[in-house]
Design a protein around this ligand. Structure first.
Ligand code: CO8
Length: 260
């Protein structure tokens, strides 16, 4: 099996670029998440790595979010294992001591948006066909409190309330307007812009920046850390409900039929 995540680390700059390369749409399966977290942990432990840029090798898609097949028709045990891996990804990314930048070179719904939101900065390709947002309610499911809090911490309470209730997906320009992304550039300049932005962030002394980041994010992180098991139980009992399975089934049907 080929790697789902490819890491290019430049020792001279201290910047690593993580390319997600899990065809067709970088959906976050248990296998993907496991590999992603191992790569992330390696970089985190390497003191010479100060900055991380996350991007996609797939055309048109950054990440399609959680792999819906992981939530459809699986046993409660397997669902629980999957959810633990989703928590792990969020905890690791949101609390990373590296500067993290999402180079969003394609669509980034739901879990893909969450992954972007955990970064310190978001740069998105200016293609009106791309979209980003937490669209969970459109699937008949509910974004958990830590998804919600990550978005509130980025764009504020009222914007999050509207976005989450309606399951809104934003094109890059609209995402920029509400602050869901920080910068929009032509497709072929996303990585360059991310590298330039990274260089600026890395002029700030690591220690001061890290403590500040931790101060901003600690309440949300601690809340999940101290509620992990309950959050898993909550997810498992929700996702295995007949009515929720039915909604997911209908959404999958719609995805297959929609083919452009
Ligand atoms: N999981 C599994 N398979 C997927 C997913 C996904 N998230 N997204 C797409 N696929 C599949 C498609 O079904 C299709 O399969 P096939 O080729 O067999 O028909 C293949 O990937 C390619 O997809 P498209 O043809 O649609 O590719 P496009 O380039 O046209 O579009 C998009 C790419 C925009 C990413 C589009 O596929 C899309 O909108 N996907 C759905 C994204 C989505 O809604 N994800 C939500 C996942 S839920 C989540 O992340 C958070 C859940 C929180 C849980 C809370 C519960 C308590």
């Amino acid at each position: 099996t080929t790697a789902k995540v490819k890491v290019d680390f430049d020792k001279s700059t201290g910047i690593a670029i993580m390319h997600m390369q899990s065809p067709p749409v970088n959906s976050l399966s248990l296998d993907f998440l496991t590999e992603f977290c191992i790569s992330l942990e390696k970089l985190e432990m390497d003191k010479s790595c100060r900055g991380l840029i996350i991007t996609s090798s797939q055309p048109k898609v950054f990440s399609a979010g959680l792999d819906i097949m992981e939530m459809y028709g699986n046993s409660p045990e397997r669902c629980g294992e999957f959810w633990k891996a989703v928590q792990e990804m969020w905890l690791k990314l949101y609390s990373s001591s590296m500067v993290t930048i999402a180079a969003i070179n394609g669509s980034s719904p739901a879990g893909g948006c969450l992954m972007s939101l955990t970064c310190d900065y978001r740069i998105m390709a200016d293609n009106p066909r791309y979209s980003i947002g937490l669209n969970e309610t459109q699937l008949g499911i509910v974004a958990p409190f830590w998804f919600k809090e990550t978005m509130v911490n980025t764009v504020g309470h009222r914007t999050t309330e509207i976005a989450l209730e309606l399951g809104l997906l934003y094109n890059p320009q609209d995402a920029l307007k509400i602050g869901l992304v920080d910068h929009v550039v032509p497709q072929d300049q996303v990585l360059t812009a991310a590298t330039e932005t990274m260089a600026k962030w890395l002029t700030v002394p690591d220690h001061a920046r890290q403590i500040t980041k931790s101060m901003m994010r600690k309440p949300a992180i601690n809340k999940l850390r101290s509620n992990r098991e309950a959050d898993i139980q909550n997810f498992v009992s929700f996702i295995t409900k007949d009515s929720i399975q039915k909604s997911l089934g209908m959404y999958l049907e719609m995805l297959k039929k929609r083919k452009r």
